[in-house]
Design a protein around this ligand. Sequence first.
Ligand code: ATR
Length: 274
Amino acid sequence: MPAQFAVFGHPIAHSLSPRIHQAFARQFGIALEYRTIDAAPAEFVAAVRAFFAAGGVGANVTLPHKGAAFALADERSAAATRAGSANVLTRLPDGRLAAHNTDGDGLVRDLTERHRADLRGHDALMLGAGGAARGVAWSLLEAGVQTLTIVNRTPETADALADAIGEPARVHTRYWDDLATLGSYDLIINATSAGVLGGGLQLPPSLVGARALCYDLAYGNAAIGFLAWAKAAGARYAWDGLGMLVETAADAFALWHGRRPDTETVYQALRAAG
Ligand code: ATR
């Protein structure tokens, strides 16, 4: 039987992860099984335990389970620990589970290597302060953004993230109601789940600087509203998170198989498909 992998989410039926991992595996002639497992929050822990008890080797974890995945693990990487969330679970040789978070590295690789963006010195605005935001905030700072302004509908969550980062000279929080008076930014990251949940964001065009790069961590339909706003507001670049998804998948693949796949061919194929 080929090695077993899965992605847990809710909903999860339309996940691209099985296609991405099968495409990576073909690059090395590896046979694997990779399926989607839809688990409601109350069933998540039992579903994960059952998957690994049945011989599962590794799992990706997405909305809304990243926090629960972090909590159930026996070992946690530094990136998962600071984010308090995990998108990868790996069975260790002794059967315990290790949690990783590859979201931040994946975003920065997509921005800097695929899109050739230079983040150094940029003033960045991050919308949202939930699990997705926590997964990427530190990585943006490590990649050299000069300042990071975090704005969240619930201000306490933004403050908690800024406190956790602990760099008051570079990291600021502002109120959502004040977005229209904040001025403009040259890097705007949408880390809210508004698009995924089907709602839209009402954002003022004044946020978008003349050379701004706007990036939605989500992809596909969930990113359409934000990217349309960014283009209408004059953003120089407006990208969705498809490239980030492929890069984070490559990190998981490397953890599990010890080999790093080529991501560009897989990214282009998914883009072309559409
Ligand atoms: P995720 O893992 O996708 O980050 P999450 O941890 O539930 O999911 O976080 C969702 C984020 O999107 C939060 O920052 C949330 O704001 P609140 O903390 O105020 O809930 C934000 N969000 C979701 N829907 C939103 C909306 N319609 N407008 C603004 N922010 C929204």
